[in-house]
Ligand binder design. Sequence first.
Ligand code: ADP
Ligand code: MG
Length: 250
Amino acid sequence: MVHAEQVRKQFGKLEVLKGIDLIVEPGQVCCLLGPSGSGKSTFLRCINHLEKVDGGRLTVDGDLVGYRQQGNRLHELREREVAQRRRDIGMVFQRFNLFPHLTALENVVEAPVRVGGVPKADAYEQAQRLLHQVGLGDRAGHYPAQLSGGQQQRVAIARALAMKPKLMLFDEPTSALDPELVGDVLDVMRRLAAEGMTMVVVTHEIGFAREVGDTAVFMDQGVVVEAGDPLQVLGEPEQERTRAFLSKVL
Ligand code: ADP
Ligand code: MG
């Protein structure tokens, strides 16, 4: 589903991704860990067309990110084509970014109706079902300000799922939450994983990564330091840098 080969990205002179190799098979959960500034968010943003890759090769579901292939030739995607591709990728951020003036239900309904062309009645029915799935069936009429951070984050997940993505990206989805609210969000993600969703999750929740991750990738300073079975990478890391990081977050 995601295939990165020597992916590079720089901002001016600052090399942020220095040749990232990473593979996420369909249905797998890949957990991305590493210190602040190591390039995790930038990498997710590249997958989701929010940043342009400067070098290497990055494909999502076989399609080269940013390009359309015609015969042997590559054409840069137009804005409309980028938007089209992005619909297949759901993204959940640390900050929930819900529309404050819309209820939970309206937040979930918005994209399918406005962008997806889904008939309103169908979209509302689906949104109600999704809110139920994330444990918020009884909060549909609440505005974001009336919900806890954990509830808002679950609405954000429901909203991303409403576009029926084939890939979900999570960027530290629980980092901004009070500790007692983290569990409910992780439970929703755990269920999503069990249902077969392909996910790339940037997280410092080592327990989640070990239990739910099919692979764990430890990044530092724009390179993959160590990757593989989460039990190995997070339990018996080979690299000193990985060990040093884990001893800080555990
Ligand atoms: P992480 O998510 O692992 O904390 P980021 O991908 O957010 O790391 O950032 C990696 C590096 O890239 C940091 O040094 C950050 O300051 C820099 N960076 C990120 N986005 C930009 C940008 N738009 N312009 C310039 N520098 C950026
Ligand atoms: Mg980040």
